[in-house]
Each structure stands twice: as structure tokens, then as C-alpha cells.
Write a protein that binds this ligand. Structure first.
Ligand code: ZN
Length: 298
């Protein structure tokens, strides 16, 4: 049964036209988000193919090209936080169709080039060197992958060369793992695609308005929310990667097994009482004011 977001965490979308120069942000499932501002579209970890678990171990993963085209008709930039398939599988296809520039680790670049993308559309990032993506100032921050499977990091290591695709899930090695700092005017957003952090590196980010935090596997990261909160002091916490990404969208937002979302709510209440939990539905627009950094609701 689809998960019902608790009433107190739901939001009401504002009409973009109500606020000049607003930033629109949609959750596109798993760790994925779409940000729009001043005519520029930036995607984070877009992933909509969502292959079923059955048969996945032995079979190469094929991107659902039609669904990618439907969901992501346009994009200018795609940020990839790490190279596991639930973050990267659909990226070469979306980038090729939209002519977006992909930014990520050397492993992400390998997969994109292996898929036939041209060199000039793939950028290997350096941490803490801000890059302007249209109106978005993007900084990749060193991170670490959560020990999400049986207390270990799944599929660690790098991807090299120009691997032929389709590839199996196990060939999508994590590669570099990053937090993503995105700044638009006074608005500061921070996205974590896997539930762990390097404390000292995260502290350099400083206070943010909104923290987009991965829930999958967080129970294996001691004091996850408390450590994030003390370094980032978010006004809003937007959980993601809590949905069952082995099920297609048509089945709605179902909880990933073992995610224990209620314990996340109580943890935030206990260690981050100043933050407001915000949970959009799939593809529901959240509107932020880049002048104040605040969420605007209709
Ligand atoms: Zn991962």
C-alpha cells in the first residue's frame, strides 16, 4: 500500500507566478530532485527506471528511455552524487536527449563517456571549487557512502575506462561520494545522497536553509541526524531515498523495507527541534524564495 505522508509534514505548493524569481524544487523519487530557476533546469541524481529486484542481479540494467523522456523533457545540468545505479543509470540517456552537462566523479564520467556522451558534456568535479550552473552555484563536498547493506558500503570502488552499456548493478561502483551544496541568492541547499557524512568537511558548509537527506541505511550511521544538525543547522529537513525504488512509479510512493521512517521523525524532534520536516509528494513543487531562503506555500 502506498505510504501516506503524515499531514503535519505535507506542504501546499505555491504558484510560481506568485513569487518573482522563485526557485521550484520537485522530488523525482529516490535521491532525485529537479530544481528550476530563471529558465534553467538542474537535476540531481535523476532515476526513474527503477528496475525490479527480481532478476536484477544477473541481468544488465536497461534504462527506460521513454519514461526518462516523459519525466525529464528538459535539463541543463545534471549533478551526480555517486555512481550507484539508483543515481546514475538514467543519467546518460537524459543528458543525451536534453543535451545537459553532467557533473560528477571520474566514475560517473566513465559511465557517461562509455554510453557515448561527448567529452564536452561531461565534467569531472573538484571538491570545494564552486561551479556556476546558470543561476545555481554548485559546490561538491567530500562525503562517504552509508554502510547500507549488512553494515557495509555496497559496491565500493571506482569505474574506469569507457564501460559498454547496459551494465549490471554490481558494475555501478560508488566512485566519489559527495554532498551537494547549491546556492541561489540567500538560499542555501544541501543534498546528501547516501546516509553518512564526513563531519569536518560537512562543517565547512555551515548553516543551510534546507537539508535534503537520504534515509536509506541511516541506522548504520551513529547519530546521523544529530551530526548533520550540529554542522548544518537546517531550517527545513526534506527526507528522500526512503521510497521503495524497486517498484515503478505507477505503484505510488511505498516505503523501502527497513527504513523505519517514524524513528526518523522522532530523531529529528529530539536532536533538531528547530528544523521543520517537509515531505513533498512525487513531483510536487516546493517553492523557495531566494531572497529570504524560506519555503513559500500557497
Ligand atoms: Zn549508493
Amino acid at each position: 500500500m502506498a505510504y501516506g505522508i503524515p499531514e503535519q509534514y505535507k506542504i501546499k505548493s505555491a504558484e510560481l507566478s506568485e513569487l518573482k524569481d522563485a526557485v521550484s524544487i520537485e522530488w523525482t523519487g529516490c535521491a532525485g530532485f529537479r530544481l528550476k530557476h530563471k529558465g534553467t533546469t538542474l537535476l540531481i541524481d535523476p532515476f526513474v527506471t527503477r528496475p525490479r529486484m527480481a532478476g536484477m542481479v544477473a541481468m544488465p540494467l536497461k534504462c527506460n528511455e521513454q519514461l526518462c523522456a516523459e519525466v525529464f523533457p528538459e535539463a541543463d545540468y545534471i549533478l551526480v552524487g555517486h555512481s550507484h545505479y539508483d543515481h546514475l543509470l538514467d543519467v546518460p540517456e537524459i543528458a543525451s536527449k536534453t543535451r545537459a552537462l553532467v557533473l560528477g566523479s571520474p566514475s560517473t564520467a566513465s559511465v557517461c563517456l562509455g554510453a557515448g556522451m561527448p567529452d564536452e558534456k561531461v565534467k569531472v568535479v573538484e571538491t570545494f571549487i564552486p561551479i556556476m550552473c546558470g543561476p545555481f552555484k554548485v559546490t561538491f563536498v567530500p562525503g562517504v557512502h552509508g554502510k547500507a547493506v549488512l553494515g557495509r558500503i555496497p559496491f565500493p570502488g571506482q569505474i574506469s575506462g569507457r564501460p559498454k552499456q547496459p551494465m549490471r548493478a554490481s558494475h555501478y561502483r560508488a566512485g566519489g561520494v559527495y554532498g551537494l551544496l547549491i546556492e541561489i541568492g540567500a538560499l542555501k541547499l544541501y543534498h546528501i545522497g547516501s546516509a553518512d557524512l564526513i563531519d569536518d568537511e560537512t562543517a565547512k558548509v555551515g548553516k543551510v536553509n534546507a537539508l535534503f537527506t537520504c534515509l536509506a541505511g541511516r541506522q548504520d550511521t551513529p547519530n546521523y541526524i544529530a551530526r548533520l544538525n550540529s554542522r548544518l543547522q537546517p531550517d527545513y529537513i526534506i527526507p528522500h531515498h526512503y521510497d521503495d525504488f524497486f517498484q515503478p512509479f505507477k505503484f505510488g510512493n511505498n516505503l523501502m523495507s527497513g527504513v523505519d521512517i517514524d524513528s526518523f521523525f522522532s530523531e529529528v524532534k529530539a536532536v533538531s527541534p528547530g528544523a521543520r520536516i517537509v515531505m513533498p509528494e512525487y513531483f510536487q513543487a516546493m517553492t523557495f524564495d531566494p531572497k529570504t531562503g524560506k519555503l513559500v506555500e500557497g
